[in-house]
Design a protein around this ligand. Structure first.
Ligand code: SAM
Ligand code: SF4
Length: 321
């Protein structure tokens, strides 16, 4: 079992397989990076798998593949299959913008991927173009439909931004309801790469908008998710992920591994250690020592410090959000 120094059990690993993306979302990477890292800088799937096997043996129960856009990484289905063949009980999920899912959902399902979190911020094509800086909505909607038809468990993620998609929160709830899937609204996390003109909605703003149309229950925590869920009167539910809240980190069970081999204990904490060299030397013991050190360094709480205008310099497309 992996336990950090505050007694939290770490059983969830998010693995970013590429920092590249085919979208340029305003809140993530609208202008930078200007060029991608050379492919040889990334850990190969064999190197990643060498680490994952031992991490699973030591207590990782949930693995989420993310990015950048993970579906851009060639042979992703083979990597998924390596993990699911090693341990079919792993809760194996992926976060994606869905653009390529019309083609890739099937091979990924066959390979053993169980669940999908899909980002969708709007149901209006012009707005999708504004947010992702590319015409994306038809392919995203098709990707969602294909995934559901194949029997994937799907959750939707939306980042509400003032003056952009805040008037669509209820429409997105209705869309999720029609599809029979959960939707979670993620508070925008300020970071130096994002478009500095945008302003995200906090959970109270989101709830105030939803309150105008729906009645809903008190929130419920879900041990498997960072979201708090609210049941809507008349059926269905929605979630809110609120990293700005004081108590958000108390039950944190996750660490992150970037495509370049950095083990990141917390999104809002500068320190991270690389296991790339250890894996390239085929030295798994050293990689595990580094993992233990990262767990010892995992902070009790995220370092927001927004009052001092100090925002995270961590690139979300590298850490995988
Ligand atoms: N490209 C995939 C996607 O968009 O789903 C996976 C990577 S993306 C970095 C993972 C998640 O992080 C997405 O749900 C995205 O909406 C979220 N995200 C990115 N930047 C964010 C920010 N500044 N604040 C809150 N969520 C963010
Ligand atoms: Fe790409 Fe996902 Fe970042 Fe949007 S949020 S730019 S889809 S990595």
């Amino acid at each position: 079992m992996l336990i950090d120094k505050y007694g939290r059990e770490i059983n969830y690993l998010r693995v970013s397989v590429t920092e590249r993306c085919n979208f340029r979302c305003l809140y993530c990477m609208p202008t930078t990076p200007f060029s991608w890292k050379p492919k040889e800088n990334l850990l190969s799937f064999e190197e990643l798998f060498m680490f994952l096997k031992v991490a699973i043996d030591r207590g990782i129960e949930k693995i989420r593949i993310t990015g950048g856009e993970p579906t851009l990484r060639e042979d992703l289905d083979k990597f998924i299959n390596m993990i699911s063949s090693y341990n079919s009980d792993i809760d194996l999920a992926m976060t994606t913008n869905a653009y390529f899912l019309d083609k890739l959902a099937k091979p990924l399902k066959v390979a053993g991927l169980k669940r999908l979190n899909i980002s969708i911020d709007t149901l209006i094509e012009e707005k999708a173009k504004k947010i992702a800086q590319k015409s994306v909505l038809p392919k995203v909607l098709k990707g969602i439909k294909t995934s559901l038809d194949l029997g994937f468990e799907v959750k939707l993620n939306t980042v509400p931004i003032k003056g952009i998609n805040d008037n669509e929160i209820c429409d997105l709830i209705e869309y999720a309801k029609e599809l029979g899937v959960k939707i979670r609204f993620i508070e925008y996390m300020e970071n130096t790469q994002a478009d500095q003109k945008i302003e995200g909605l906090k959970s109270d703003d989101i709830l105030n908008i939803i309150k105008k149309k729906y009645e809903f229950s008190q929130p419920k925590d879900d041990k498997m998710s960072p979201a708090r869920y609210y049941d809507l009167k008349g059926g269905h539910s929605f979630g809110i992920i609120e990293p700005h809240k004081e108590d958000f980190c108390g039950s944190c069970n996750r660490i992150r591994l970037t495509a370049e081999g950095l083990l990141v204990p917390c999104l809002y904490f500068k320190e991270a250690l690389s296991i790339k060299e250890a894996l390239r030397e085929d030295n798994i013991d050293k990689a595990m020592e580094i993992l233990d050190e990262v767990l010892r360094n995992k902070p009790e709480k995220n370092n927001w410090n927004l009052e001092d205008n100090e925002i995270s310099a961590r690139a979300f497309n590298e850490t995988g959000g």
